[in-house]
Ligand binder design. Sequence first.
Ligand code: FE2
Length: 275
Amino acid sequence: MKLIHLTDTHLTTPGRTLYGIDPLARLKAAIDHIHIQHADAELCVITGDLTHWGEAAAYDSLRETLRALPLPVLPIIGNHDDRSRFRSAFPEVPTDESGFVQWTQDTSVGRFILLDTVIGDAAQGRKSAGYFDAGRVDWLCARLDAAQAEGVPVFLFMHHPPFGVGIAAFDEINLVADDALAFGALLRQYRHIRHLFFGHIHRPISGSWHGIPFSTLPATAHQSGLDFLSGTDLFTHEAPGYGVVLITPEQVTVHISDFTYRGPQIDPASERLQG
Ligand SMILES: [Fe+2]
């Protein structure tokens, strides 16, 4: 299976730039690139921060733009999103019985479980950190139990990582501490989780956590600087990317494609001849 992983598109209202970048132009460039290179992909997952300010017009723009993708798209929300406006623009995306944008999707390689880590109570205002309260833990527990009973491998998708990544500015806004502990305690009980995909960080990172391999990748929009010293989140114009994930029963391989690269492509054979 070939899976396309997009994250942190941060769409604004069309034409409005963000930190010196046009997020809509970036998303369109990514889609054009996917169209040429990866029309054979089975699915595309977008792991949240679909929009930057959550305007209805930004979701309308996202919906219209995604029409050009030649494969099914599974979008989940991040801390920059507005759940109710997202649901208005994407009414076909499933939600759980509590209204969270989380569901399961069976694919050719196993079961995708897509999670909503955005704070549940809108009255508490916009929060950058992630939340996964007891109700959502119960929901996930039931889905993991079911998949385990059926012998189906599971792939998890969420916006916030449930752990720190060693960058101080981001380690303050992953899943809040108690929720991260509960999430980790739950996942440690299972052996059929093959990979955890997330967004939020705007950087390429991979590793493992409690024995579960994980990966995240550059945003299609702005990036975060790799700064271990300042404790301040500084955005950069480093290369964007999307993930090309190849999944077989034995292996998960994650490539990151810089769809904006326009530099030379050098044939090493001709280089040798020239030398
Ligand atoms: Fe983001």
